[in-house]
Each structure stands twice: as C-alpha cells, then as structure tokens.
Ligand binder design. Structure first.
Ligand code: MN
Ligand code: MN
Length: 298
C-alpha cells in the first residue's frame, strides 16, 4: 500500500486558498509496517478516543445533546435530540480482530440516561432504512462481548440500504484490509443534516415520530499508521495517511465508489461543526486537515 512517491501539490497554494479553489490533494507514502512489531500494550488496543473529543461531549445528563458515552469498544458523542450519535470514535488494529460471529443483537445502550429518548430496534422496522453501524460489527469480533457492543443502538443510525451495504461497506472493508496488512487506524464517523432516501426512494427526515433524525449525509475520517506503539507521536504529515469522506444517505451514493467521496477533514468540520483530531498538536492537525487524500485506494 501507499507505494507511490509523495507528491504534494498544494504547498504553494496559500494564496489560491483565499480564492476557495479546489482542495489540495496529497498522495502519501507513510512508513511500511514493521513485519515483526514489538507487542506492547499500546499497539494491542489503542484508546478509541486518542485523537480527541470532537464536540467536547461530557457524561453529564444536562448535556443531553452532547453526551459522552465510553464503552471499551467505542466512544460516542450522543445527541438525544437526534436519537443518535453525532460522532463515534474507535481504534482498529489486529488486536481487535478475531472470529466471533456477528450477533445481530441490537439493544438499547445501558449507558443512556433514563431521561433520554430510548431508541429501540423497532423504531427502524418497516422504515426502509438499515440500522447502520458507525463502528462496524466486523471491526469488533475478537470476542462475543466486543461484537455485541457494536449493536448498541447508540452506535446505530438510519442508513439508506444500498449506500450502507455497498459504498459505506466498501470503505469499511478497505480499512480492514489495511489492518490485515499491518496498519492500525483511528476512525471517527457520523451523520449530519436531515433527509435521507429509504429503500423505496422516499426522502425521509425522521423516524419514530421525530425522535430519530435521518441524516442527509454520512462522513468518516480515518487516520492510518503502521501498527506500532506511541501512536500520537507518529501521527504527522509524513507518518500518517488521513482519509476523509462525505457521502449522501441515499442509494444514489452507489453511483460512485467510496473514494470518489474523498474530501478534506476541514470540509467535514465545516459541515458538522465538529473539531476533529483536536488531540493532535495544532500545526499537525492543520496540515493533516487541509489536504484531500489522493493515495492508492486498494
Ligand atoms: Mn498503536
Ligand atoms: Mn480539527
């Protein structure tokens, strides 16, 4: 992966940026994985929220629309007014992978305060939307408990079936292929806006009588590094590959492959109001966020 030489086409574009022209593109050559990495606690399972808390979510019931949920398997900033997370953040490496079977055990999240709207799996029945995972089931199959956690409904949001099962899935599979090749990945994902298209082609803004928003679009940001320890120190412009995507919550998404939806982290931040990667040093964060990935995609 990432064999192409680095080509940074945007260094001289500071002036052009003022004109809001097309985003800079970057083809990254990051270090190849160590064929025999030293096992350490860090490269086993990284902190799901190591790259920051994009909305400053807190685990206090008064923050109903920005409520922090921390499971061992993923972290979320939950918005009770939308019946779903604004963002879910998780780490993926070989240490999270195994052979547990997909449990299909959708359940309300026990960490949701009793005063919040309790999304039930029935809320999705007959809507023409999938119960779309943000942290994928297949990213958490080292144990039955790990896999079951991905079916907590705080990790689920309504996705257009074709988009979920094709375009969104292909990006998930790409990420797992990288992990199989010796990389580890920090990922954040969520939906924003209102109005997705269901399996019958009907534009839908809400489910469950208004309790669950149907996002108009889904975004995802992946930060990819060779599997090793001291992750945060290695996330630099030369050490990490960052892929951001933003795609419509509609079967129309399948008209193009996932990589056609690549954009910049800055653009995702503008659309969502989140501050992604905010645990990184400011200069690193700014450099990684302004460039659109143009690297090899499979
Ligand atoms: Mn690591
Ligand atoms: Mn940021």
């Amino acid at each position: 992966m990432f064999r192409s030489p680095p080509s940074r086409s945007c260094a001289p574009l500071l002036l052009a940026a003022v004109l809001l022209l097309a985003a800079c593109q970057k083809e990254v050559e990051i270090p190849a994985p160590d064929p025999e990495p030293t096992p350490t606690a860090d490269n086993a399972r990284g902190d799901n929220m190591a790259l920051g808390n994009p909305s400053g979510a807190i685990a206090n019931v008064v923050a109903a629309n920005n409520y922090l949920i921390v499971h061992p398997q993923f972290t979320a900033g939950y918005d009770n007014s939308r019946g779903q997370a604004r963002w879910v953040s998780w780490h993926l490496s070989a240490a999270w992978k195994g052979s547990a079977e997909r449990c299909d055990c959708f359940e309300p999240d026990p960490l949701l305060p009793a005063s919040f709207y309790a999304v039930s799996t029935f809320a999705y029945s007959g809507t023409g939307f999938d119960r779309g995972h943000l942290c994928p089931s297949d990213d958490r199959d080292a144990s039955d408990a790990d896999n079951a956690a991905t079916f907590l409904l705080t990790n689920i949001a309504p996705q257009a079936p074709d988009m979920n099962q094709d375009t969104w899935f292909q990006l998930e599979a790409f990420a797992r292929d990288l992990v199989a090749d010796g990389y580890e990945i920090y990922t954040m994902a969520g939906g924003y806006g209102n109005g997705g298209t269901n399996a019958q082609g009907v534009l839908t803004t809400h489910l469950a009588g208004g309790a669950i928003a149907v996002p108009a679009r889904y975004w995802k940001v992946l930060v990819i590094i060779p599997d090793d320890s001291n992750d945060l120190e290695r996330i630099t412009t030369e050490g990490a590959r960052v892929i951001a995507v933003d795609m419509p919550n509609s079967a129309s998404a399948t008209a193009q492959p996932w990589y056609a939806y690549r954009t910049t982290v800055d653009a995702v931040e503008q659309s969502t109001g989140l501050d992604l990667l905010n645990a990184l040093p400011t200069a690193v964060q700014e450099a990684l966020e302004e460039e659109e990935d143009a690297g090899v995609v499979w």
